[in-house]
Design a protein around this ligand. Structure first.
Ligand SMILES: [Zn+2]
Length: 289
């Protein structure tokens, strides 16, 4: 499989912020320690403005260069626009690998699914997954599904892809929870699966399975996955109940679709994040846990 990462994505941090550099650096260390795994490592390419502007306004790209924080969760770290562009570049490289028939994961920060056309929020600056989905469409994919299993609703992705022909968005998330959206479906193509806080694990998994069934019925040519690992029972930011095996199962279920797919890292804030990602990638590739 192809994994895209870059050590520069660990060069920014805010004291006490859960979205911290170790999320990526510890995951890279774990994956590299498993020398038997057939992983080809790549670095992200730079994303061009024309690609970003399919999802965002020029004003937003300009705002990302200003040194004022976007909100309490989303600091204006030095060079954050470059970090966010590199995260998009990772998704584009993952998309290319998927279209070449490989499994692919972009292991970079910052995450993206909360970023709207005009606003950075919720630790997100550019909407990586939506940009990559739109690029896939531009490259000839007629039916693109975005599957978002982060515990938070992908509000930015929904706003960007709402009623876009050939696109469907499926989000499974805790509600009520940040950012408060995603209670019902929107438009003809955004399907939301809210899950109550502390829903028993088997029920949470049944909702994920239902979302996957609907995704399958959409008959996508390509699946872009917003892979967030914060629905985990040990995550500090929400009251999800999933276990490590459930992330393996998610990977396995996506593999079973037999449709080209790529995944990008969204949230996931527990110290077990590296093991959760390894479990997901194992399911995705048919590796034994
Ligand atoms: Zn999240």
């Amino acid at each position: 499989m192809t994994i895209i990462t870059d050590p520069r994505c660990t060069e920014y941090a805010a004291p006490g912020h859960p979205e911290r550099p170790e999320r990526v650096s510890r995951t890279v260390d774990l994956l590299k320690s498993r020398t038997q795994l057939p992983i080809s490592w790549q670095t992200p390419a730079a994303a061009q403005d024309s690609v970003l502007l399919r999802a965002h306004t020029q004003r937003h790209l300009h705002r990302l260069l200003a040194p004022e924080d976007f909100d309490g969760d989303t600091p204006a770290h030095p060079h954050i626009a470059e970090h966010a562009r590199r995260s998009v570049g990772g998704a584009l490289r993952a998309l290319a690998a998927a279209r070449a028939g490989e499994t692919a994961f972009s292991l970079l920060r910052p995450p993206g699914h909360h970023a709207t056309p005009e606003r950075a929020m919720g630790f997100c600056y550019l909407n990586t997954v939506a940009i990559a989905a739109l690029e896939a469409q531009e490259g000839g994919c007629r039916r693109v599904a975005v599957f978002d299993f982060d515990v938070h609703h992908g509000n930015g992705t929904e706003e960007i892809l709402l009623d876009q022909p050939g696109m469907a968005f499926f989000s499974i998330h805790q509600h009520p929870c940040y950012p408060g959206t995603g209670r019902t479906n929107r438009g003809g193509n955004c399907f939301n699966f809210p899950v109550r806080p502390a829903t028993p694990r088997a029920d949470y998994r049944a909702v994920l399975a239902r979302a996957l069934e609907q995704l399958k019925a959409f008959r996508p040519e390509l699946v872009a996955v917003s892979a967030g690992f914060d629905a985990y029972q040990g995550d500090p930011l929400a009251q999800g109940t999933l276990a490590r095996e459930d992330f393996y199962w998610l990977g396995e279920s996506l593999r079973a679709l037999q449709v080209p797919a790529f995944s990008i890292l969204e949230g996931g804030y527990s110290d077990d994040l590296p093991e959760l990602i390894l479990a997901y990638l194992s399911g995705l590739n048919g590796w034994t846990l």
